[in-house]
Design a binder for this molecule. Structure first.
Ligand code: ME8
Length: 651
């Protein structure tokens, strides 16, 4: 018997500092689509995802909530698992870096690399920001100060372990050169190559400033650097040093999938770690773009995240997955809005695919009492349809192999459009009027059924429940029959003689008007009324209304430092402020020019409504609103009285 081919795919392991958003859902759905595609091709697939649970950020996030780190991550991980269930993620395993199976192996690896001399003790010298407990290089400083909180930094030195990456750089460059598929897409490969050519510094792989990590096995004062720890999940998840048989079956990984933010860790540090371990390198490291919101990249620190749970509850997993996969052009960023999503679902699924299925079923019922006779006649038009179906199969296969998910779903859409056009061209309702045309009518409906069968198979990796749901109407497959990818490449497999059934719509139309009237999902993060220039949101509410704590929690209030401020030209009341929130900088327009001179505000830490919908005021996009108290005499911008770093939440 021929042995099954194996396929191993991974997502990044996400930080459980907070619940995940649709950006994380995108990568996980994309990897899932790939895993399902490969299973349908007959591969033995291992799909790994999980969580990256150590490090100072997680420790801080837990402490901010008054919890122990493990208690905090346990709660978030439970939510993540629920989310993956909702999104129909078919991962083989879920690895947590706090699990013993992982920690033990990280320590063994650290020891081995140390013993062979690639990790060594040295002095770490860097600019240390004590409130942030973080070292920065000279280059990272902003005007000589901490790039996160803009406070003074001091040059400190401490003992740390370093990993000699430079030693392996020439080998890595050779590998990248010899394997053009290794880093995808090409733009990322160039970025990585240039970075390596710029020279690789020794990597500091231990920390002493916090405890929430895996202890260095031979020096308990140090914990292993979180990225050195995390990357190893790709080995421990499939049993490295514990289940050698399974490990040898799946390693090297076929694809590590991620977004572009972490390509360097995966295409430089990770391969070098593997070289030090004498293990083969993954076959492909692929970085997709970012899902962006109007106001910029979605990120937990900005608080402008879209919760995928709500989207799935509203539109169903198949539709949400389809939208995400189709919308992000390979390698590029894509803009998300709920309205764009609903429009896409309506156009592609409710209209094109949904109608194709419901019209075909309705016609088989109407003209043949639900049971098609044997196929009898073909015509030139049918040949063209068959060619189009074959093209869809070839192209969908090719695009998926390249992890071009959007290209793949464009290929399937073309077949659906062609089939709908075929209905207009053949006009079955006219054929039905002529007794002599009944066999032709049966052939037309059969051809449509074939197009549907092929489309449903081709879209199954993206929409896993569609085969079952469509089959309730079409009865194309036996219950529990394993549908194979290659069946979509063959014309004429659908059996005739089965009774088809009319059922409820597979993709109900979303009422866009209703959507606009309702709270759109982003409105969790946006207040609907734009800032009014003349009355900068300082009016008293006319009537006392109670809001729930959940309502209050929708507000993302942050400490934001004014780093620049100037009057807006030709506007008496407006100031344009540049504000810093942790790593991020924003422009905010505020109507307080009659109460503050620009220079008075510079350096002040104000309270900003950070998740207000960005709005254009006199041609300047304003990303948030500062809070101020007022009476008849004064307007007083709210500030913090202690030295709280910008970016922190006000709650
Ligand atoms: O980086 N658009 O975890 P993380 C698209 N723990 N994808 C996005 C996205 C967006 N707006 N935002 C996040 C880490 N992602 C490390 C990884 S792996 C050994 C350690 C996805 O929680 C995308 O895959 O910050 C990105 O690379 C990843 O989430 C970052 O997740």
């Amino acid at each position: 018997m021929q042995q099954k081919k194996n396929f191993y795919i991974t997502t990044p392991i996400y930080y459980p500092s907070d619940n995940l958003h649709i950006g994380h859902a995108y990568t996980t759905v994309a990897a899932d689509c790939m895993a399902r595609f490969k299973r349908m091709q007959g591969y033995d697939v291992f799909y790994l995802t999980g969580t990256d649970e150590h490090g100072q950020k997680i420790e801080r996030a837990a402490r901010e909530k008054g919890k122990e780190p493990i208690q905090h991550v346990d709660e978030i991980v439970a939510n993540i698992r629920k989310l993956w269930d909702l999104l129909l993620i078919s991962n083989t395993d879920f690895i947590r870096t706090t699990e013993e199976r992982h920690e033990k192996v990280v320590q063994k690896i650290f020891q081995k690399v140390y013993d062979q001399g690639d990790i060594f003790m040295s002095n770490y010298k860097g600019w240390y920001c004590s409130p942030c407990e973080t070292y920065f290089t000279e280059r990272q400083l902003v005007e000589g100060k901490c790039p996160d909180c803009a406070r003074e930094v001091e040059l400190l030195q401490e003992e740390s372990y370093f990993f000699n990456m430079g030693k392996y750089a020439p080998r890595l460059l050779e590998h990248i050169e010899a394997n053009p598929e290794f880093i995808q897409p090409e733009s990322r490969r160039n970025e990585v190559v240039n970075f390596i050519k710029g020279g690789l510094e020794d990597l500091c792989v231990s920390r002493t400033s916090f405890k929430w990590g895996i202890p260095v096995p031979f020096n308990e004062n140090h914990v292993v650097y979180v990225w050195f720890d995390a990357l190893i999940n790709y080995l421990t998840g499939i049993g490295y040093l514990q289940d050698e048989e399974q490990f040898n079956k799946y390693w090297p990984a076929d694809v590590h999938l991620m977004a572009k933010d972490i390509i360097r860790f995966h295409a430089i540090i990770w391969p070098i770690m593997l070289m030090a371990l004498d293990l083969p390198l993954p076959k492909k490291v692929c970085a997709h773009g970012w899902i962006m919101l109007e106001g910029g990249k979605m990120s937990k620190s900005k608080g402008n995240v879209v919760d995928p749970n709500i989207l799935v509850q509203k539109y169903g997993a198949d539709a949400v997955r389809y939208y995400l996969l189709k919308e992000l052009t390979f390698g590029q960023d894509g803009l998300y809005s709920e309205e764009m999503m609903a429009t896409r679902i309506n156009a592609d699924l409710a209209n094109d695919l949904g109608n194709l299925i419901s019209r075909t079923v309705a016609m088989i019922i109407k003209y043949f009492a639900g049971i098609l006779p044997e196929q009898i006649e073909t015509a030139d038009l049918d040949e063209e349809l068959k060619v189009c179906a074959r093209q869809a199969y070839d192209e969908a296969t090719e695009k998926l192999e390249k992890l071009d998910f959007s290209g793949y779903l464009h290929a399937t859409s073309r077949l659906v459009s062609r089939a709908n056009k075929y209905i207009d061209e053949t006009a079955p309702w006219k054929l039905a009027k002529d007794e002599r045309q009944l066999s032709r009518l049966a052939a037309v409906l059969y051809n449509l059924l074939e197009c549907i069968r092929i489309t449903v198979i081709l879209t199954a990796p993206a929409m896993p429940t569609l085969i079952t749901r469509a089959n309730q109407q079409l009865r194309l497959w036996e219950q529990d029959e394993q549908v194979m990818w290659k069946d979509a490449g063959i014309w004429g497999i659908a059996g005739t003689g089965n009774q088809v059934f009319k059922d409820e719509s597979l993709f109900p139309r979303i009422d866009l008007k209703n959507l606009r009237g309702e709270e759109p999902v982003e409105d969790m993060i946006e207040v609907k009324k734009p800032i009014q220039e003349e009355k900068p949101a300082m009016e008293e509410p006319t009537k006392q209304q109670h809001i729930s704590i959940e309502d209050f929690a929708k507000l993302d209030l942050r400490v934001a430092e004014v780093i620049a401020c100037e009057k807006m030209e030709k506007a008496d009341k407006l100031l344009v402020l540049k504000m810093k929130l942790g790593d991020e900088e924003r422009t905010v327009v505020s109507g307080i020019a009659q109460h503050y001179k620009p220079e008075e505000l510079i350096g002040k830490k104000l309270v900003l409504v950070a998740n207000l919908k960005p709005t254009k005021i006199r041609g300047v996009m304003s990303h948030g609103m500062i809070l101020a108290a007022s009476d008849d005499q004064y307007v007083d911008a709210l500030t913090v009285t202690k030295d709280i770093a910008s970016g922190n939440r006000v709650k």
